[in-house]
Design a protein around this ligand. Structure first.
Ligand code: 0O2
Length: 244
């Protein structure tokens, strides 16, 4: 939905829109923080390494509108651009990405407009990331304003590649010679391999931990059997469990 504040002053209009976008980012950050804390509370595991959020700079907004052949206006900014407000969630493992995307999609007040899965379908240059464009309501005195936020979710390794590629892309003036493009793609393949290795290593560690826990609890039970401690934690003098 496009919301143009009721004012004819362009500067005021711009400031009001930016206020709405930055409020949407604040709300989104709180949601992500709560989800992460709940995850830690339930599973003692922290899927999110860190979160970055940003408002697109006026220069970038103008540049993108011009690149897309749109007239530079606040209307086109809200209507045609989907990443004026952006959140980047950096996770440990690829599996965390889909879990976080799913948790966010299931929030009642978040509407997913579309998804671009550059993990299942990487860009030809090797770029990998999971993108979601959503709306989230910002509650103003006049009522709720559905505001677009772009969420990028990727692993630490994918983020490392994307950040450096972004810097190099600008250094190269947006056009890299073929051999450098090939090198960047080769780095993306290494990143891919690293993510896969780390994932399987983590799976192996979790399995090993689960086995250790099971063995410990079985040993504990075996030690306690003669004393007669039943699983409910109630003890009897005879050593027999009580019927509850
Ligand atoms: P910046 O400087 O990060 O803001 P859409 O928004 O879906 O209508 P768009 O913008 O083409 O169309 O979407 P896409 O392809 O999902 O890309 C959005 C953002 O993803 C980009 O924003 C980048 O942040 C990031 N991105 C996409 N492709 C690449 C890539 O090849 N390399 C790197 N490093 N980042 C990429 P902006 O506005 O281009 O830039």
């Amino acid at each position: 939905m496009v919301y143009i504040p009721k004012t004819y002053d362009q500067v005021d209009q711009w400031n009001s829109l930016m206020f709405i976008y930055s409020s949407a980012l604040k709300q989104m950050n709180v949601k992500i923080e709560v989800l992460n804390s709940e995850f830690v509370h339930i599973y003692s595991y922290n899927p999110i390494e860190h979160v970055k959020s940003r408002l697109k700079s006026p220069e970038s907004i103008v540049k993108k509108l011009k690149r897309l052949n749109y007239e530079v206006s606040t209307y086109n900014m809200t209507e045609k651009l989907n990443d004026v407000a952006g959140v980047r969630i950096i996770c440990s493992f690829t599996s965390d990405i889909y879990q976080i995307a799913d948790m966010l999609s299931r929030q009642a007040d978040i509407t997913v407009l579309y998804v671009k899965d550059y993990i299942k379908n990487p860009k030809p240059n090797g770029y990998k990331s999971y993108h979601m464009v959503v709306t989230i309501p910002v509650y103003l005195t006049e009522g709720p304003v559905e505001t677009k936020v772009e969420i990028q979710i990727r692993t630490v390794a994918m983020d490392f590649w994307a950040s450096l590629e972004h810097k190099m892309y600008y250094k190269l003036g947006g056009e890299a010679p073929a051999y450098l493009q090939q090198e960047l793609k080769a780095c993306a393949d290494v990143v891919d391999m690293l993510d896969a290795k780390m994932y399987s290593l983590n799976e192996a560690i979790m399995k090993w931990n689960a086995r250790e826990e099971k063995e410990k609890s079985e040993e504990g039970l075996a030690d306690e059997e003669p004393g007669g401690r039943d699983l409910s934690g109630y003890e009897t003098e005879s050593g027999k469990p009580v019927d509850l």
